[in-house]
Design a protein around this ligand. Sequence first.
Ligand SMILES: [Zn+2]
Length: 349
Amino acid sequence: MSELPAIDSNYLLDILVDLLNTPSPTGKADAAINLVENAVQEFPFLSSKQTRKGAFVSTWEGLANDTPRGLTAHADTLGAMVKEIKTNGRLKLTRIGGFAWNTVEGEGCTIFTSQGETLRGSILLTKASGHVHGSKVNELKRDDDNMEVRLDARTIDADQTRELGIQVGDFVAFDPRVEMVNGFIRSRHLDDKACVACILAAIKALDTAGKKPAQTTTFHFSNYEEVGHGAATGFPDDLAELLTVDMAAIGEGQTSDEFHATLCVKDSGGPYHHGLNQELRKLADQYQIPYKVDIYPYYGSDGEALWRAGGDVAVALIGPGVDASHNYERTHTDALIATTQWIMAYLLN
Ligand SMILES: [Zn+2]
C-alpha cells in the first residue's frame, strides 16, 4: 500500500463550516467564490483568477504537462429569487436549482436587496396555521403559488414591502443550519461546499508534504452548477481530463453512504469516461481509500456541462456520500477524508 500525505481535518472542517455559513445561491455566489479566493492566498504557488462568468480558477504547475488536468467543485447552491411582491406584503418566490418546496418549508431565509441590504424571514405555506386552516395545512400542494416568505418586518401590503427595499429579482438564501455531532456534518448545501473544502484540504496536504501534482492541474470553483452550465467554460484549451468532485446521492437502492467516497459511473447524462473511471478505481485500491461505485438516477454534474459545451476531455465524477441531498443534508467526516485522499491520489499519479 502506498502512503498519502496526512490531511489536516480541522482545516477541512473549518473551511467547510465557513463556506456553509456564507450564502451563495446560484447567480449570487460571489461571497463563497471570494472566500475560496481568500483561502487560496495561502498557496502562493497557484496562479489564480476569477473568470468573467464569476468562477474562480487556480492552476498548479505539475511535474509534467503532457495531459493537463482539471478538478471542479461548485460553490453555488440552491436558492430562490423574489418573483412577486404579494398584496399581503409577503413574497412569492421562484426557485433556483432543482428542489421540492417541502424541503425548505419552515426554513429561515435571508433576502438580499439590490441596494445591498439584508432582511430576514421564513418560508411558509400560505395556509400555515393549523388553528385557522385545519386539514388544509396537510393537503395544500407545495408549489410556487402556495409558498410565501413571511418577512420579519412590519408590512401588510405590497407598498410597505417595497418601502423595505425589496424588489422583484432579489436573491433569497436558505439558512444552512450547520451542526457537527459525532463526526457527522448536518447542513444544507453540503452539495457542493463539502467538495470545495476537500479540494482545498488536498492542496494544503500535498503542499505541506512538499509534493507537486504529476500533471499541471486547473482547479475550477464553479458558480453556476445548480442550473446546469457551471463548468461549461473556464479551462485551458489543452485540458485532457476533468475530475468532477460533487456529492454522492444516498437512498434506497443506492450503494453510496456517508462513510465512503463514491465513483459515479452513470447519472442522468449517461456513463462517465470508462478509462478514467478505471484509473480512479485502481488508485482507490492502491491507497486503500474506502469507496463505492454507484449510479445516480436524477443527477447531472458540472463535468457533463463541459461535455455538453463541446469539451474534448475524459470526465469522471467522485464525491462524498450525502444523505437527503437537495434537502436538509448530512455527511460524515469519513466520507470527506476519503474524498480528499482520492483527490490527492489522482493528483500525485
Ligand atoms: Zn452539486
